[in-house]
Design a protein around this ligand. Structure first.
Ligand SMILES: *Cc1c(COP(=O)(O)O)cnc(C)c1O
Length: 358
């Protein structure tokens, strides 16, 4: 039998999460962000599942959009980083993509595109994250100078630095700064990512761009949310071997875990080459036979070892959940000093994605 290491993708959770997030903003339109292979869930899988509820999709780069076109996805696709070189303007037109332009050079590339082959564009404004976008003080001048490149589809967009943090007033600062300028432009706006859609009602406007929340990731530092979202991925593997070791023996590379008493150790077929983080500490939880067990020893490339001394009848072939319904991905991420976004996006190509429809 082949290795039982799989990422189960729950279609019902994706649909529920998208609809629940979109329902928070009934006067907005919502699009699912499927960049980075849909945060590791499989962009084609996710686009197929969501195409009847998400009238557009967003990706980071045009190659990601073309991969969706090759798979037959027809909804317009917003390319969040815009063009990286002039020829991407024509590619965007051919593939019905909307480029989010953040600098003047990109607009000159668009100008050099034959007039009948120019894609629709959005304009990105830097309202305080200081990563990409036209300065707030420049955007009025830019829209006047490049008015001939704008269309009925053009939207003014910005992005938040701290929208998950309900105690951080910087999101209000960004909203206020953005609105002050946007109100002069007479163009629709797009501001909210999924954390903002949940936490900052004032950020919901023409288009909300829903990413991590669709996948069941953490969207808020607040404990009492109006919506429930569910994990869209279960990462699972199985037990390859079980052994009992005496007190005093170390396990794995570097012997970072040493048995304090006779211990039963299960070896599980997943490692950092599959995207299970090497930085996970001893004690990171997994689920086996309905109980929590804990990482014991360093994560290897293809295997991990877990302490199952307290669990009866553990046997070769037993299923192990690394994250999902029973082990929150956020908890694993915290044990690796990172965030759920990184864990999701790093599940490697070696792990088959199995879509489960319910
Ligand atoms: C990734 C991204 C999003 C989605 O953000 P989430 O926090 O995952 O909801 C929205 N807008 C832009 C510009 C992005 O890059």
């Amino acid at each position: 039998m082949s290795r039982q290491t799989q990422a189960i993708i729950h279609a019902d959770a994706l649909l529920h999460n998208f609809k629940a997030l979109a329902a928070l903003a009934p006067s907005s339109q919502s699009m699912a962000v499927v960049k980075a292979d849909a945060y590791g869930h499989g962009a084609v899988n996710v686009a197929r599942i969501l195409q009847h509820v998400s009238s557009r999709f967003a990706v980071a780069i045009i190659e990601e959009a073309i991969a969706l076109r090759d798979a037959g996805i027809s909804a317009p696709i917003v390319v969040l980083e815009g063009a990286h070189q002039a020829k991407e303007c024509q590619m965007a037109f051919q593939h019905n993509c909307i480029l989010v332009m953040h600098c003047e050079e990109q607009l000159t590339w668009l100008e050099s595109c034959p007039e009948q082959q120019r894609p629709h564009i959005w304009l990105k404004v830097d309202s305080g994250m200081h990563r990409l976008g036209f300065a707030l003080s420049d955007i009025e001048g830019i829209t006047a100078k490049y008015n001939h490149l704008l269309s009925e589809q053009t939207v003014i967009a910005t992005h938040f630095a701290c929208a998950d943090d309900v105690d951080n007033n910087f999101t209000n600062t960004q909203i206020d700064a953005f609105n002050q300028v946007a109100s002069k432009l007479d163009l629709p706006t797009s501001v909210a990512n999924s954390p903002a859609t949940v936490n900052w009602p004032a950020s919901r406007n023409a288009w909300n761009r829903l990413g991590v929340g669709v996948y069941g990731g953490a969207v808020s530092t607040s404990q009492n949310l109006d919506i429930e979202i569910y994990p869209a991925m279960t990462l699972r593997s199985s037990v390859l071997a079980v052994r009992t070791i005496p007190a005093g023996e170390g396990i794995g590379y570097g012997q970072t875990w040493v048995a304090s008493k006779p211990s039963k150790i299960a070896t599980v077929g997943i490692g950092y080459a599959d995207g299970y983080p090497r930085h996970c500490k001893n004690g990171t939880p997994v689920m086996i036979r309905g109980k929590r067990a804990y990482l014991a020893g360093r994560v290897s490339m293809d295997m991990i070892t877990i302490d199952v001394t307290h669990i009866d009848n553990v046997a070769v072939g037993d299923e192990v959940e690394l994250w999902g319904q029973n082990v929150p991905i956020q908890e694993v991420a915290a044990n690796a000093d990172t965030i759920d976004y990184e864990l999701m996006t790093r599940v490697s190509q070696r792990v088959p994605r199995i879509v489960k429809y319910l």
